[in-house]
Design a protein around this ligand. Structure first.
Ligand SMILES: *Cc1c(COP(=O)(O)O)cnc(C)c1O
Ligand code: SF4
Length: 343
């Protein structure tokens, strides 16, 4: 067994282990875990400093997960947009291929909470690859899940090789949270493997500055050294990162470990995640706290993924208005400056 497999085998999966460690009443959690599974790697668990802190909130089950009846299990209509099970085709030129149903840590706010970590899922990899091969418009394939990097090296190599035999697939992206939750998975062997399939991009998923550990930094460094451009998708979460100062530290910390912030996502309206919801105004305030105050590279897009699978829309603080052919623009200090549009 590799070190990462041992780490995964040592993950906690029972509420009793939480009570043994933190002395909290876990009875209410048993019911939650029966519906939405629990898994926390020793690495991620060690980042918890106190019950209720930003790491705790992301990984420890909460009874509120079961009382969230207003939201739908699949508000983005991923299932309706799947021409074959396990392949989401929403945009003209790119698809999401669900290759794994497991993750190193089950995030309580997961947008695929309806299925991730649950034993059965209706996917058909051969049919999905066949669909990609027969659809020349697809030039970008995003491997997602679950976490694609929980697959074995051999299985991953097999999927990537198959994709690379399709001439119109120009690029491959991997979405993975293991640099955060299981950094030992990023072995030199894995990096050598991934390197064979360039152009290959990896988007990871850090949500809080405390996740930027030396182990995570080293994992990202190994991926970057393999020539893989690294991006990050953060989810805006109440009680975790809904604060301009925290988000600024996170974005700057990501750049310091060679990861470029790509998206801040407004939380999708997914059943079981309502207790993480923040208002859109808060998200805009966070964006205002970044733009101008720190490196442009530290400023991602803030996006809402529209219900029904209608697509991602970036939101910007309202910072300009037209006066004839002049634009009145508000800078980061709040000064309004006129710009004459001579084009
Ligand atoms: C987010 C997403 C993509 C990729 O969108 P980009 O803006 O290109 O990163 C593709 N398909 C689906 C279904 C998505 O949710
Ligand atoms: S790693 Fe991603 S897919 Fe897995 S539980 Fe967390 S958010 Fe969901």
């Amino acid at each position: 067994m590799d070190a990462w497999q041992k780490q995964l085998a040592a993950a906690i999966t029972e509420p009793g282990e939480i009570s043994a460690r933190f002395g909290v009443d876990v009875e209410p959690l048993r019911e939650v875990v029966a519906r939405y599974p629990l898994r926390i790697t020793p690495h991620y668990l060690s980042l918890i400093e106190a019950p209720g802190d930003p790491i705790w909130r992301q990984c420890i089950p909460d009874p509120q997960e079961l009382s969230d009846h207003r939201q739908a299990p699949d508000p983005l209509n991923e299932e309706g947009l799947s021409p074959v099970p396990g392949l989401i085709h929403r945009y003209p030129d790119r698809v999401v291929l669900l290759v794994s149903n497991a993750c190193a840590v089950y995030c309580r706010f997961c947008m695929r909470k309806r299925q991730v970590g649950c034993g059965s899922r209706n996917t058909n990899r051969a049919a999905a690859l066949d669909y990609i091969a027969k659809t020349p418009a697809i030039r970008d394939v995003i491997l997602s899940g679950g976490d694609p990097l929980l697959l074995s090296d051999d299985e991953l190599a097999d999927i990537l090789s198959r994709l690379r035999t399709i001439p119109h697939v120009e690029m491959i992206r991997i979405g993975s949270r293991v640099p955060v939750t299981l950094p030992s998975r990023i072995t030199s062997r894995l990096c050598r493997l991934l390197k064979r399939f360039h152009p290959l991009y990896l988007n990871t998923h850090f949500n809080h500055p405390r996740e930027l550990t030396p182990h995570a930094a080293a994992a990202c460094g190994r991926l970057a050294d393999a020539g893989i451009p690294l991006g990050n998708q953060t989810v805006l979460l109440k009680g975790v990162n809904d604060d301009p100062a925290v988000m600024k530290r996170l974005m700057q910390g990501l750049l310091a470990i060679r990861v470029r912030p790509y998206y801040i996502h407004q939380l999708d309206l997914v059943r079981g995640t309502g207790h993480f919801r923040t208002g859109v105004r808060r998200g805009l305030e966070i964006m205002e706290g970044l733009r101008g105050y720190t490196s442009g590279l530290a400023t991602p897009y803030y996006v809402i993924d529209l219900p029904g699978g209608k697509g991602k829309v970036p939101l910007l603080p309202d910072n300009g208005e037209w006066r004839g052919n002049r634009l009145l623009l508000r800078n980061y200090h709040g000064e309004c400056i006129e710009y004459e549009d001579l084009g």
